[in-house]
Design a protein around this ligand. Structure first.
Ligand SMILES: *Cc1c(COP(=O)(O)O)cnc(C)c1O
Length: 366
């Protein structure tokens, strides 16, 4: 079926194509000119002291956890409402993900519930900045200090999102931003790991590039893997970063249009905006009372729908952790009501109006 309103589309065109042509003409397609430039722009924008690239956000989280020496017998606290990869990366180090419920209004980790989840085995906390807003980091930093824990921020969805003026991903020990195709800025696949700690930076460099600091040498002081990106991807990425201000503006405008057009529907509510964070809408999440029916109706109107994340404590792959269905009532409630509306820059006003008209029709009918 061809959708009238798709869920996501990358905002790519001429500029990306030009940079790709430059890369092809240079005949240098592994890490090179564009990867360096990509990193430079990211470091300037985020004010991170150090940054390394990785193939995607999932392995970047894995790499970040390895740099913090997270492994077997450790526990890492993570919200139970996030993309599966946050907890998957923890499990792949051999550590145990420990879930904490989220805040019903902004969908981020409920910092007030973290302390109860801390045990002697807790090594780190992984706050996840969800749907384009920052978590409340101050209480998390306080707990990390009190219990001597590391912080790895999953900022996969939050390029351009700042917490009290600091870019997400630069507040904890390490932080990860993803450049997957549906994120605000994209390389198709790709990610960056940010840190302000020179020792962690060195560890990350060895780990990501076969246990050596520079390609071309066959002497490997340490064990490492290959977590590199390509100049083809970063050629696209550089063009994307240069467009970021525009992307942010359009996404905010789309969000405001939704809020305006859907403001009088009693049955619907929007995610709350936190005063400590700006908002770069990754998706626009609304909560609806009669979700399954609404989804069926929208799909038959050729609108591509997307539910919110499935709570991690109910994921089949995490059944071994032994959580019960009702352990996390807030995430359960969000899952039963939450719907993602598209916020990609290519969305037209006609598409938004069509989508809102249909939502209004289906919620009023009941
Ligand atoms: C996209 C995403 C990831 C994974 O990033 P990839 O680049 O797709 O591997 C991790 N966590 C969150 C919250 C995400 O949205």
């Amino acid at each position: 079926m061809k959708y009238k309103v798709p869920q996501s589309e990358p905002f790519i065109g001429k500029e990306e194509l030009n940079n790709l042509k430059i890369t092809i003409d240079k005949k240098w397609i592994t890490e090179g000119f564009f990867c360096e430039k990509f990193l430079d722009i990211i470091k300037k924008f985020t004010k991170a002291k150090y940054a390394v690239l990785a193939n995607n956000g999932t392995v970047a989280l894995f790499l970040g956890l390895l740099s913090l020496d997270v492994g077997k017998d450790d526990e890492v606290i993570v919200p139970n409402f996030t993309f599966n990869a946050s907890a998957g990366a923890i499990a792949f180090t051999g550590a145990k993900p420990v879930f904490v419920d989220v805040d019903e209004n902004n969908l981020n980790i409920d910092a007030g519930k973290i302390e109860k989840a801390i045990t002697k085995k807790t090594k780190a906390i992984m706050p996840v900045h969800i749907y384009g807003q920052s978590c409340d980091m101050d209480p998390i930093l306080k707990l990390a200090k009190k219990y001597d824990l590391r912080i790895i921020e999953d900022a996969a969805e939050s390029y351009g999102v700042f917490y009290k003026g600091k870019h997400t991903g630069t507040i904890g020990d390490v932080g990860v931003i993803s450049f997957f195709a549906d994120k605000s800025v994209t390389c198709g696949e790709g990610a960056v790991i940010l840190t302000n700690n020179s020792q962690l930076y060195d560890k990350l460099r060895y780990l990501r590039n076969q246990g050596r600091l520079h390609s071309g040498s066959f002497i490997h002081p340490q064990l490492g893997m290959n977590f590199r990106m390509t100049d083809l991807q970063c050629a696209v990425g550089v063009a994307q970063l240069k467009k970021f201000k525009k992307i942010e503006k359009i996404r905010l405008k789309i969000y405001k249009t939704y809020k305006f057009l859907l403001k009088n529907i009693e049955e619907l509510s929007f995610m709350e905006e936190s005063d400590y964070s700006n908002f770069v809408p990754f998706r626009v999440v609304i909560k609806a009372r009669n979700l399954d029916k609404l989804i069926r109706n929208l799909e038959s109107d050729k609108i591509q729908t997307r539910k919110v994340f499935y709570p991690l404590h109910r994921q089949p792959c995490f059944a071994y952790l032994g959580y019960k269905e009702n352990d996390f009532p807030v995430a359960n409630k969000i899952y039963s009501e939450g719907l993602c509306l598209p916020a990609f820059p290519g969305l037209t006003m006609e598409q938004i109006e069509y989508l809102c008209k249909k939502i209004i029709k289906h919620t009023e009918q009941k």
